[in-house]
Design a protein around this ligand. Sequence first.
Ligand SMILES: [Zn+2]
Length: 225
Amino acid sequence: MYFHPLHSPDSNLIGYLLADLDEQEAIVIDPPPRQTELVLALLTERNLRLCHVLRTHVHQVDAADCSPLCDRTSAQLVVGESAALPAGCGRAVHRAAHGSRLVFGNEVVRVLSTPGHTPGCLSYLWRDRLFCGDAFDVGSCGVGDSEADPGAMFDTLTRRLFTLPEQTLVFPAHPIRGRQVATLGELRTRYASRLQYSRDAFITDMSHRRERRPGSRTGAPTLPR
Ligand SMILES: [Zn+2]
């Protein structure tokens, strides 16, 4: 097992390189822009073949472009069924459905549909690790403002993500309040006060938080404090 976070300080994005070293196959999740050369070097260092480039979500105005990595390897781009496509990516794209599985070497990644931050958001479950993009720390991703759906987020949190074991390690696309990993149990505790009421109350609470957020564009909920 090989697990290598790819933190880009300039964009504050975190990608993840995963590999089966025995079978020499790898995947990368949400590769940060301008880190193509780094990912290629890490692949070369261990003689790994990149099978898939997985995106948890793609914003309509997303400037991130993972086509260089696809173009320079045989990797296939994987996005959600209703995700926007990255600008400039001309390769064949695999739109992964909820419950489907992606394989690299002897490792399996389970695909979870987790809309809310954007309509086409996916999360990826690998062993005890969840890669969920901005499903939790959406306040740090301002470009998601107009695409966020608080009702869908409530459903994703209550019916999907918080049904996973609480020791699940959550790896986000941005640091969560300065941290790059949290357990699902911690996040469940943090969200408890906001999820104890009805779906409608959650949506209303989100709307109020948006209005109060200084300098906010309409739309992005923020992480509970
Ligand atoms: Zn986002």
